[in-house]
Design a protein around this ligand. Structure first.
Ligand code: CA
Length: 289
């Protein structure tokens, strides 16, 4: 009986203090530092960019100076352009007109090979004793003996072929999308792909390529500007605006866009041209503030 009575006493005491306890808890919540922390967290999360932007530096912007000019065949529909041991190698396109050619900067010693009419020639790179040339939609790469300029083999790839270059270890090719594909230079087997992006924006229509001091440079088709890409992750490290050069030197034909980057790594010289341009330009970068 005694135990039975004790229980209601406790309940009564609880009931008496309950309003005060509830008020106390409400006051605690009202003035708790945690109350002020919640909006702070929300504000931080709502700020645009945030940590991602901090971890991904904004791409540098470059202009150019012209160092020298050289003649270029105004009939050449340039699709591939590179430099090795004092010679320019150029691949041209269009069905029935595609070629591979080798010539000095002065225009002497021209050697020219015609591709079969069913190939539309694209990017060109020199790797060791071979010259490798892509074709646009035939999914076929042509491997030329560098000395004789004769085709010694071919290989297949799964995409369109646009530009090609190499970093000394792997071939790097573009296909008109935002992806660069890395191939084994001996087996031509795909080893990896990267997606090129400037911040959150994918950069598509990557065209003629050149490997320059650790970065992959790519013409953007029909934009007359070059994007500089970190080959480790596809991050855009810089932009080179050549629209002024293109406007002053390209023919009025809308197809005659900037599309040739050749790098003389021995002498650190950059050569630029375009489809049916009359000139090749050696340029020097000028960083924009
Ligand atoms: Ca090139």
């Amino acid at each position: 009986m005694t135990e039975v009575l004790k229980i209601p006493k406790v309940m009564v005491r609880f009931d008496r203090w309950q309003p005060f306890r509830v008020t106390f808890i409400l006051l605690l919540l009202l003035f708790s530092p945690a109350r002020f922390q919640v909006p702070c967290v929300l504000v931080a999360a709502a700020q645009p960019g945030g940590a991602e932007r901090d971890g991904n530096p904004v791409a540098a912007q470059y202009g150019y100076e012209i160092v020298a000019t050289y003649d270029h065949d105004p009939q050449a529909f340039t699709q591939g352009f590179c430099f090795a041991d004092g010679m320019l190698y150029e691949g041209t396109g269009l069905y029935g007109q595609s070629t591979l050619r080798r010539v000095t900067l002065a225009g002497t010693g021209l050697e020219l090979r015609r591709l079969p009419d069913f190939y539309f020639g694209e990017g060109v790179t020199v790797f060791g004793d071979r010259v490798i040339q892509l074709t646009w939609q035939s999914r076929t790469g042509l491997v030329w003996d560098r000395e004789s300029l004769r085709v010694i083999r071919s290989f297949s790839y799964a995409t369109e072929g646009w530009g090609i270059t190499h970093d000394g270890r792997q071939l790097i090719m573009s296909d008109g999308s935002a992806t660069l594909t890395f191939l084994d230079p001996h087996t031509y087997v795909v080893q990896k792909g990267i997606v090129v992006a400037d911040g959150a924006v994918r950069i598509t229509r990557l065209n003629e390529l050149e490997y320059v001091k650790g970065l992959v440079w790519a013409n953007i088709w029909q934009e007359n500007r070059i994007v500089m890409i970190d080959p480790a992750d596809g991050r855009v490290a810089g932009w080179l605006d050549l629209s002024d050069l293109a406007a002053r030197n390209a023919p009025t034909d809308p197809d005659s866009v900037l599309n040739g980057i050749a790098y003389d790594s021995e002498n650190d010289r950059i050569y630029i041209t375009g489809k049916r341009w009359r000139r090749i330009f050696e340029i020097r970068l000028v960083k924009k503030e």
